[in-house]
Design a protein around this ligand. Structure first.
Ligand code: AP5
Length: 218
């Protein structure tokens, strides 16, 4: 399975990628997670990326390309992958195509999570993440058993800096301008499929399984 997940912030890409990568035993490559790890470790890339991320802007292509290079070269991708949050610009899509061409492999499917802005905003303003293990919660949809405490490790739940309302609106605007055009990039390649991202988690997952079965990807 070699797939790309497309859709606005809060569409549920990361949530579904987590489940799919376990079920199909393929790598979940999330540039958001990789960048947040770089920020947490105070590495030079993390220091550079933080300013952009906190403002809801995209990290420049050259910085992102550096951070994903090791995951996108060599044999890493041959076994299968779910790309979550990458590519996000036309340039990133071109670099990915070039790297895959070199390896003689191709994207089998780009899954577009069509999601309304209202739903994205509701999910992101309510998202809480564990600062220790990274588990995801939502104050209404997926509440922790004890307020602000992770069910899995007891760590403190926090709100992501870029999940404040103003920054969410900026991320949505950036998505429309820079990432949404990739829908046409993958449509032109004949690999685009659409899923209703507004559905709740289990219903959206059922829709994904139907699409995979129809495409003989499962
Ligand atoms: P990134 O971490 O990729 O953020 P994003 O795309 O904005 O993605 P999100 O995690 O917000 O949304 P998601 O669709 O994954 O939703 P999720 O499943 O988490 O990127 C962060 C920043 O890093 C960017 O702004 C940029 O600065 C930088 N960056 C990353 N990649 C880059 C790149 N390639 N180039 C340049 N810069 C880059 O779900 C959200 C919430 O909703 C959760 O609480 C979840 O529990 C809940 N939820 C999920 N699905 C459902 C559902 N179906 N029903 C109800 N609740 C749900």
């Amino acid at each position: 399975m070699r797939i790309v997940l497309l859709g606005p912030p809060g569409a549920g890409k990361g949530t579904q990628a987590e489940t799919l990568s376990k079920k199909y035993k393929v790598s979940h490559v999330s540039t958001g997670d990789m960048l947040r790890e770089a920020v947490a470790s105070n590495s030079p890339i993390g220091i550079e990326a933080k300013g952009y991320m906190d403002k809801g802007e995209l990290v420049p292509d050259d910085v992102v390309t550096k951070i994903v290079a090791s995951r996108l070269s060599g044999d890493g991708l041959r076994e299968g992958f779910i790309l979550d949050g990458f590519p996000r610009t036309e340039n990133q899509a071109k670099s990915l195509d070039e790297e895959l061409n070199k390896q003689g492999i191709r994207i089998e499917m780009a899954l577009y999570f069509r999601t309304s802005e209202e739903v994205s905003i509701f999910r992101l303003t309510g998202r809480r993440v564990c600062r220790v293990c990274g588990a995801n919660f939502h104050i209404k949809n997926i509440p922790p058993k004890s307020e602000n405490v992770c069910d899995y490790c007891g760590g403190k739940l926090i709100q992501r800096e870029d999940d404040k309302k103003g920054t969410i609106l900026k991320r949505l605007e950036v998505y429309k301008r820079q990432t949404r055009p990739l829908i046409d990039h993958y449509k032109a390649k004949g690999v685009l499929k659409e899923v209703n991202g507004d559905l709740e988690i289990k219903e959206a997952l059922k829709g994904l399984f139907v699409i995979f079965n129809e495409a003989h990807l499962a």
